[in-house]
Structure formats: structure tokens, C-alpha cells
Design a protein around this ligand. Structure first.
Ligand code: ASP
Length: 298
């Protein structure tokens, strides 16, 4: 399918890659329910002709609002017990991109990223990004309000309970007009030093969309950054490699750098790809003509 040619829509979502520990085992039914709801909403929107970027952002916003995921309201805590969140969105047709890193008060960081996507910059960080969002009418709340009981428990459990330290949410989407988009949002890694930024808000590392492919990654952020993971997939697809092969190659490179994780991707033909080197990754997939599929573990 030529880029931009009208086609059958598709959407994939993820709720973060990591070990299959208590977060996923104890809440599997709830997580499955949320993923199904998000997917159903995306399907409706795509069937009504909503554009890929709006749908991807809405999916991520809904996942940010669910405390079971490490993003928005469910964000992991930094070592100092505060929350720092990051998010990115990218539209494939013109490669417009927007991202925020280290925001502390934006209720839905993906909405702050969307706001930036509409302007001249690509990435805003820290208090200035919070202020920019607030001044443009994006909902904010005190940092304390993000410090949920679950996030406290996560910090107390430490890195020994690794499935509670990872998370991240993301969506990739192909709309009925044949256009692609990706969105990713994260609370980072539990116990991370304040100021640490992972791959999620970095265009080409954790998030990417062009006119051939859209990608959202999750996992050991440093390795995904050093692998240039999302842009690597785009480069391989551009060079003619099938999407599944390109996704596997990128995750291999992440592995060579000592990282694990997962990713979702979709190409301009509606071909979905899902790659995982961690034990589990809550995810969902719907493409036109097929029933939605939701899975939590591998
Ligand atoms: N990739 C995210 C980060 O490094 C974390 C995750 O996906 O679990 O911030």
C-alpha cells in the first residue's frame, strides 16, 4: 500500500513490558477489561473516520487515567518520592512531533505533548513544560496527588519486584485515510534519580511515526535510547525489510546493549507487529475485519 492511500484502520496499545509479577498476576482481569475498553473506543473512533493521531493520543490518555499502569495517575515514584512524567506523540504524515519530559503536575502528560506538537518546538522539559501546559488550559494537579498508594508500595518493594518498577503506556494507529501516528507516556522507572529521562519522550528512541510505520516502545529506556530503537525500525522498513523482522532486529540490538522490553508497531498496510523480550506486556490489537485481541503475558 502506498503511504497515505486509504486503507483498513488498525490500532495497537500497550501497558508496559516487564516480568510477570504481582502487578500483572493480581490485576490481570482488571487490566484486560481496561485494555478492551480502550481498544473498543479506538475502534469506534477509527470506524467514524477519526485521524490516527487523535486516536493514539486518546488511547494513551485513557491508560494514563488508570492507576494500574505506570503513566499519568499510576506513575512510578522517583527515589525522592516525587513523580516525574514524560510523554511523546508523533504524526507520520508530516512527522510533526511533540514531547514533554520531567513534568510534575500535568494530569495527562500526553495532552501536553499534543499541545507542543502543534507548535514550533519538539521537546519541553521540567517546570517550564508544566507551566506551558497550564497556561494553555491543560489540567494540572499537585505532585502529591500522583503519589498514589500503589506507587508508594512499588517504591517500598524496591527493584526486587521488578514488574512493579516498569510500566509505560503507548499506542500506534493507522487510520482510514492511511495515515499513521504513535504516542507513548511513562512515569519512568521506580526509584529513578530525579531528572532521569528514559526513551519514551525521545523521538526516534521510544516513539516514532513516519509515512511507513508507527512505533511505541517500552522497557529498559537507556538501552532503547542507545539502540535508537524506534528510528532503527523505521530505517529498516524504509530499506524494504518486513515490519516484524525490523521490530525483531531493533529488539535484538536493545538486547545486545543489555536491555529488555517490548514494542508495538503498525505499518502503512495495516500490518501490526508486536515484539517482546520481557516476560510480559499487557497489550491489545484491533484491525479492520478482525476481532480485538487482548493479552497480558507472553
Ligand atoms: N521505557 C521506560 C523508561 O525507561 C520505562 C518502561 O517502559 O517501563 O522510562
Amino acid at each position: 500500500v502506498a503511504p497515505g492511500q486509504s486503507t483498513a484502520p488498525a490500532v495497537l496499545i500497550h501497558g508496559g513490558a516487564g516480568p510477570l509479577g504481582p502487578r500483572l498476576r493480581d490485576h490481570e482481569a482488571e487490566i484486560t477489561l481496561v485494555l478492551n475498553e480502550v481498544l473498543a473506543g479506538a475502534r469506534d473512533a477509527l470506524e467514524r473516520g477519526t485521524d490516527a493521531l487523535s486516536v493514539a493520543i486518546r488511547c494513551v490518555e485513557q491508560l494514563e487515567d488508570c492507576e494500574l499502569f505506570n503513566a499519568g495517575l499510576g506513575s512510578a515514584l522517583c527515589a525522592d518520592g516525587t513523580v516525574e512524567m514524560s510523554a511523546a506523540a508523533m504524526r507520520g504524515s508530516d512527522r510533526a512531533a511533540g514531547a514533554v519530559a520531567g513534568v510534575r503536575t500535568v494530569r495527562n502528560p500526553i495532552r501536553a505533548a499534543e499541545l507542543i506538537l502543534g507548535g514550533d518546538q519538539v521537546l519541553l522539559i521540567g517546570p517550564a513544560a508544566d507551566r506551558h501546559a497550564r497556561e494553555h488550559g491543560i489540567a494540572t494537579q499537585p505532585n502529591d496527588a500522583f503519589v498514589t498508594r500503589r506507587a508508594r508500595a512499588r517504591l517500598a518493594l524496591g527493584t526486587g519486584s521488578e514488574d512493579l518498577t516498569h510500566g509505560t503506556v503507548g499506542a500506534v494507529c493507522l487510520d482510514a485515510a492511511g495515515l499513521l501516528a504513535a504516542a507513548t507516556s511513562t512515569g519512568g522507572i521506580s526509584g529513578q534519580p530525579p531528572g532521569r529521562v528514559g526513551d519514551s519522550p525521545l523521538i526516534g528512541a521510544g516513539t516514532w511515526a513516519d509515512d511507513r510505520v508507527a512505533v511505541s516502545c517500552t522497557g529498559d529506556g537507556e538501552a532503547f535510547i542507545r539502540a535508537g530503537a524506534a528510528a532503527r525500525i523505521a530505517g529498516l522498513v524504509d530499506a524494504g525489510r518486513p515490519l516484524a523482522q525490523a521490530a525483531a532486529a531493533a529488539l535484538d540490538e536493545v538486547g545486545r546493549l543489555g536491555g529488555r522490553g517490548g514494542l508495538i508497531a503498525v505499518d502503512a498496510g495495516g500490518e501490526p507487529a508486536l515484539q517482546l523480550s520481557s516476560e510480559a506486556m499487557p497489550r491489545g490489537c484491533w484491525s479492520a475485519g478482525n476481532e480485538p485481541v487482548v493479552r497480558v503475558s507472553a
